[in-house]
Design a protein around this ligand. Structure first.
Ligand code: PGA
Length: 251
């Protein structure tokens, strides 16, 4: 059984004060949720106070990126160990904004993944095609390249905590969600690839989240798909009253 994971990617939103106000409200709203995992990924500056505020709750803390080294001359980067000390459990890697706005390559993402795994953190690897790639029939090709390159050289054992997020770039922040059928098709393809690379058991236990304009209005139909194991939510995770409606889908 794959336990659903509903994750909020806050991107570059919320100061420390705003983060704490959010958490104090949100933890009350979700305190009774036990059948699914909940995660929020605030900006780096808010992680430490957020971790303290989340201790003892059912909300996991995530980070939005991590470097591969423990420390060193890497101006502007944050190491997995630094994140761990803040109480971080999950780390989002390879988000399309990192790939497209900041030039992250599959190779960099593979290295980041390696650092995250070495630190005992759980990677959430984002993959997804652009609109042009979809329209030219390259969706599966792109997903295959992103998954293969990021995961190359790792064993199934090393990747046991891996979560994948399928996020079609054309659906991120655009209000244009993939249809449940499009999500199901892409997730099924990725799961098939995982089976080929690491075996059927690995593929069956690895969670694949959908991301891209997830809202309270569309979460239930996405989660009704057998291959969709959760959601990575951007804009709609920024307000606790909205995000709780996504977390409590179907309830
Ligand atoms: P969105 O972002 O929900 O605002 O479309 C999703 C994401 O980028 O993870």
């Amino acid at each position: 059984m794959r336990v659903p994971l509903i994750a909020g990617n806050w991107k570059m939103h919320k100061t420390v004060r705003e983060t704490l106000n959010y958490i104090r409200r949100f933890r009350e709203l979700v305190s009774e949720v036990t059948d699914r995992e909940i995660m929020i990924a605030p900006p780096f500056t808010a992680l430490y106070p957020a971790g303290r505020e989340l201790a003892g709750t059912n909300i996991k803390l995530g980070a939005q990126n991590a470097h591969w080294a423990e420390k060193g001359a890497f101006t502007g980067e944050i190491s997995p160990l630094m994140l761990k000390e803040c109480g971080v459990e999950y780390v989002i890697l390879g988000h399309s904004e990192r790939r497209h706005l900041f030039g992250e390559t599959d190779e960099m993402i593979r290295k980041r993944l390696s650092g995250v795994i070495s630190a005992g953190l759980k990677p959430v690897l984002c993959v997804g095609e652009t609109l042009t790639e979809r329209e030219s029939g390259k969706t599966f090709e792109v997903l295959e390249r992103q998954v293969r390159e990021a995961l190359s050289g790792f064993s199934a054992e090393e990747l046991k905590a891996l979560v994948i997020a399928y996020e079609p770039v054309w659906a991120i922040g655009t209000g244009r969600t993939a249809t449940p059928e499009q999500a199901q098709e892409a997730h099924r393809y990725v799961r098939g690839l995982l089976a080929e690379l690491f075996g059927k058991d690995f593929a069956e236990t690895t969670r694949i989240l959908y991301g891209g304009s997830v809202k309270p209005e569309n979460i239930a139909e996405l989660m009704a798909q057998s291959e969709v194991d959760g959601a990575l939510v951007g804009g709609a995770s920024l307000d606790p009253e909205t995000f709780v409606r996504i977390v409590k889908y179907g309830g």
